[in-house]
Design a protein around this ligand. Structure first.
Ligand code: ADP
Ligand code: MG
Length: 408
């Protein structure tokens, strides 16, 4: 059996016309001899009647802290609805299809409601259906705990569902269908001349995705990489070849080079970041203060970025929606934090930039010329990322995209 996982995002299933295009992609796969496993996201984006955000808004404000377990029950409905609609569309074309929820598909997660992790996949049900000759449609973004509680996998979680199923079923490919023609050198919504990358390594896209390129969820890449299952990012609405994500560039023949990563792959951005400053100079025990600050964030499950520990104090960033919580925790610990909301993170990603001199110089040059002030910077062996004011985010991305000659 040649299993092909095909995942369709929210915009791909947002209208009857688009769902017909989805059905055509599934039908093509059948004709090519594949047994398709089709992962669907909820229909549409915020504002659409059956989108995940619409459900969340239904209960927002009723309770201060919405019950997490029940929120997952609510959020899991979006994919069930789109799954039923897509299964009916396939059946209408004479294709034999069956819908399985995450739990029915054997996706077992931990009990971290709202951001659950897949622990394992028990693919027995899917395999039985595939062997019976049916197309299996699976609701993305959800799973079930060992004791049967429905969980959701966090934003972009349908990509993770697709990758986990691809690995569990030893699929030939994991095809992620979306509204762009592949992975590009930057988000085409803000960089007009962004270029499609024909092939990228798992490594490269993983770093891009972690820095905010939401074309695929980083966890999905990590899962597919474990078994070396190729991912293809394709457009639902065209026949363009898309981007192949694999372990190596294809032109690197055997024995030529052990890494195919290019110097700079692309520019990624993450809006809605808050910078938090915690002065510690006047605290009685500064070493103790540093420990308390980061322990406080960790205990509240708040992951921090742009960490800078200095003699005067501690600086770090959190997503805007966690800033209030973070500040409260710090105040309760006796600190006097201040925060700068409305920042954005802009990153130059290139799995091959390690040890290449001049990348930081180019970055600073480009941003200075564009009049963009750098509030903070950080780097790893593959990425340099800077914090800027949100108003500067788009010009920063465009300036860096130009400077590193990534365009068409
Ligand atoms: P889906 O609903 O199909 O999962 P997403 O909105 O999650 O779609 O992801 C697709 C979007 O990712 C594109 O519309 C594009 O604006 C955005 N994007 C961000 N960075 C990139 C990039 N480097 N390459 C391609 N798309 C990108
Ligand atoms: Mg997505």
């Amino acid at each position: 059996m040649r299993v092909l996982v095909q995942k369709f995002g929210g915009t791909s299933v947002s209208s009857a016309e688009r769902r017909a295009q989805v059905a055509a992609k599934v039908s093509e796969a059948v004709q090519e001899g594949y047994s398709p496993v089709v992962v669907v996201s909820a229909i549409g984006r915020s504002g659409d009647p059956y989108a995940t955000d619409t459900f969340i808004n239904l209960v927002k404000g009723i309770a201060v802290d919405s019950p997490k377990r029940e929120m997952d029950l609510l959020m899991s409905c979006g994919e069930i609805i789109s799954g039923v609609v897509l299964t009916s569309t396939l059946k209408n074309l004479g294709l034999d299809a069956v819908l399985l929820t995450g739990g029915q598909a054997g996706i077992i997660t931990n009990n971290c409601f709202g951001d659950a992790r897949i622990i394992r996949v028990e693919p027995k049900n899917i395999l039985n259906q595939l062997e019976a000759g049916r197309i299996v449609v699976v609701t993305g973004f959800q799973g079930v705990t060992e004791d049967g509680q429905i969980t959701t996998l966090g934003r972009g979680g349908s990509d993770t569902t697709a990758a986990a199923l691809g690995v569990a079923l030893n699929a030939e490919n994991i095809d992620i269908y979306t509204d762009v023609e592949g992975i590009m050198t930057a988000d085409p919504r803000i960089v007009e001349d962004a270029r499609i990358l024909d092939v990228v390594t798992y490594n490269e896209i993983c770093h891009l995705a972690h820095q905010g390129a939401k074309v695929i969820h980083p966890r999905a890449v990590e899962i597919a990489m474990q078994r070396n299952i190729p991912i293809r990012i394709k457009c639902t609405f065209s026949d363009a070849p898309g981007t192949l994500v694999t372990c190596m560039q294809p032109d690197m023949g055997v024995g030529t080079d052990i890494t195919g990563d290019r110097t700079t792959t692309g520019i990624a951005h993450t809006p809605n970041v808050t910078q938090i400053k915690v002065p510690t100079l006047d605290t009685p025990d500064q070493l103790q203060a540093n420990k308390q600050i980061f322990k406080g964030m960790a205990l509240a499950d708040i992951s921090v970025d742009f960490i800078s520990v200095q003699p005067e104090g501690v600086l770090f960033t959190v997503p805007d929606d966690l800033a209030e919580k973070a500040v409260k925790i710090l105040e309760n610990l006796g600190f006097k934090p201040s925060s700068v909301p409305g920042c954005a993170k802009v990153s130059v990603v290139g799995a091959g930039i390690a040890g290449v001199p001049g990348v930081m110089a180019d970055l600073v040059h480009a941003l200075s010329d564009a009049g963009v002030r750098i509030l903070q910077s950080a780097d790893s062996h593959t990425t340099i990322w800077v914090l800027v004011n949100k108003e500067d985010m788009i010009s920063a991305v465009q300036a860096l995209h130009n400077k590193f000659l990534l365009g068409t």
